[in-house]
Write a protein that binds this ligand. Structure first.
Ligand code: SF4
Length: 484
């Protein structure tokens, strides 16, 4: 092959791959951090103590670099739309508008408005749609995880795997969080569900279920975020899990690897991970860490150092499960830039991109199944097969399906129909569970005019029915919790 041909292969492609070095933006560019030392910055205690939890703290950090209009927009969103309370560690804030150099009052306003990380961590009112801010089928527990609890916080949806929600908090709160029903503090719009049992009792009930259920071999240990669980308690839980013979896969879910890598770099945590990984290896159990990065700008040298520390401690793999979000990453270049930053820079394997779930006020983030299919096709062929992420739709009562797996699709009304080949824990007596179809809904603003007109006529009726169904589900949960 001639040099010209090989250059042509590199540059004439729809996506021009280029290896890029990771960068840790200089935090001192923000007035509130002008005197923060590198030692403070790399301390997990300093990071946790300086998280931004309200508009006033953000204003104090940014000074007059961002116009008052932005803060008012954010304040209105918190009051009228937000399903998650505000909590952003300095590490994450520092990746916002990181390439823009402050040049006086208001100079970063547009960069803050446009920034992909800001758009999902600190949504403002003007980001949201005003026609259909929520889909009529949006629900608080859109995946019906609570309905499938076999012990409080333990969701048994798939035949061989479970999700263990150990705690309802995270070091950072993402605006689009699927578990907005449970995770984080209540907002003016959402009174959060509270776990009824004490943590120690809930965790023991989970372990007890797993001991009694040999069909389960795989546990996603999640929350919330496991980085918010005091390490000795997490290690104790993992130790008990590793003693259960049927458990062969354990995956720790932590966005903190990206949002607060300082946690996973702390000496006590590294030493603890090493102990757990060593036991897992001795017992032939695969221990992996799953994280959640949505944009290449989040992948910095500190994130790479934390990922490598986990791998050196003996974790088998660190994988990324991002969320496909319009305005953040729903574009082939943004997805591939992120995947290469993860793979080349941080030894993190791109694994999934979930379509954003049908929670309230998420329509401005969601994309249609057709767009998700186009994106999946557009990113094929650039990454190694093992690191080519699957874009998946988490279909209510079904679970993850690759976006090309749908059974049928009404593109006019934006309703896709899906099937499954297993029963969830609430369908053991349901003879039609594996033969019926299940629905997923595209955002209404993406539909042709006739489809939008159909929803304008029928949307309210569906909302009323859904509210009734939600109320019934809530009272079922309360009754179950009271039964203990
Ligand atoms: S880290 Fe995960 S669980 Fe926590 S708020 Fe973000 S999406 Fe939700």
């Amino acid at each position: 092959m001639s040099i010209e041909t090989s250059i042509g292969l590199a540059t004439g492609q729809p996506y021009p791959y280029q290896r890029t070095e990771l960068v840790e933006p200089d935090h001192r560019r923000y007035p509130g951090w002008a005197d923060v030392t590198d030692e403070e910055w790399t301390s997990v205690q300093w990071q946790r103590a300086h998280c931004v939890k309200n508009v006033g703290q953000l204003r104090a950090l940014l000074g007059d670099l961002v116009d008052e209009r932005f803060f008012a927009d954010l304040e209105r969103d918190q009051a009228e739309r937000a399903t998650m309370s505000m909590l952003v560690p300095p590490q994450m804030l520092n990746t916002i508008a990181s390439r823009d150099v402050p040049a006086g009052p208001g100079s970063l306003t547009e960069a803050w408005y446009a920034d992909p990380v800001r758009r999902y961590m600190l949504p403002v009112f003007s980001d949201r749609r005003t026609d259909w801010a929520s889909h009529p089928h949006a629900t608080r527990d859109s995946l019906h995880e609570h309905d499938m609890w076999v012990a409080e916080g333990l969701t048994h949806r798939y035949p061989t795997k479970v999700l263990a929600e150990l705690l309802p908090t995270c070091p950072q709160y993402c605006g689009h969080c699927t578990r907005m029903d449970l995770v984080g503090n209540s907002t003016p719009q959402v009174a959060k569900l509270k776990f009824v049992g004490k943590p120690v009792d809930r965790h023991e009930a989970m372990l007890d279920y797993l001991r009694r259920t040999p069909a389960v071999r795989d546990v996603v240990v999640s929350g919330g975020d496991v980085a918010n669980m005091p390490w000795p308690r997490l290690e104790a839980f993992l130790g008990s899990l590793l003693e259960i013979e049927n458990i062969r896969d354990i995956r720790l879910a932590t966005k903190a690897l990206v949002g607060l890598p300082q946690h996973w770099l702390a000496d006590d945590v590294r030493a603890g991970v090493e102990r757990v990984a060593s036991t897992a290896r001795a017992r032939g159990v695969s221990l992996a860490v799953h994280t959640h990065a949505n944009h290449a700008s989040s992948v910095t040298p500190l994130v790479a150092a934390a990922s490598r520390a986990l791998l050196e401690a003996g974790v088998r793999d660190v994988r990324n499960q991002g969320v496909l979000l319009d305005g953040v990453n729903a574009d082939p270049h943004a997805l591939l830039d992120l995947c290469f930053a993860l793979l080349d820079g941080a030894s993190i394997t791109p694994y999934y991109f979930y379509m954003c779930d049908m929670i309230p006020f998420s329509e401005h983030w969601r994309v249609s199944v057709a767009d998700a299919q186009r994106l999946q096709t557009a990113i094929m062929g650039y990454l190694p097969g093992f690191a080519t992420p699957r874009i998946v739709c988490d279909v209510p009562f079904v679970g993850k399906r690759w976006v090309h797996q749908l059974h049928s699709y009404d593109t006019d009304r934006g309703i896709s129909y899906w099937t499954k080949n297993y029963r969830t824990s609430i369908e053991s007596g349901d003879s039609e569970a594996v033969s019926r179809t299940y629905e997923y809904y595209d955002p209404i603003h993406t539909l042709p005019e006739s489809g939008r007109a159909w929803w304008a006529e029928h949307g309210d009726l569906d909302t009323a029915a859904l509210k009734a169904a939600e109320a019934a589900a809530a009272s079922r949960r309360t009754a179950r919790a009271q039964l203990g």
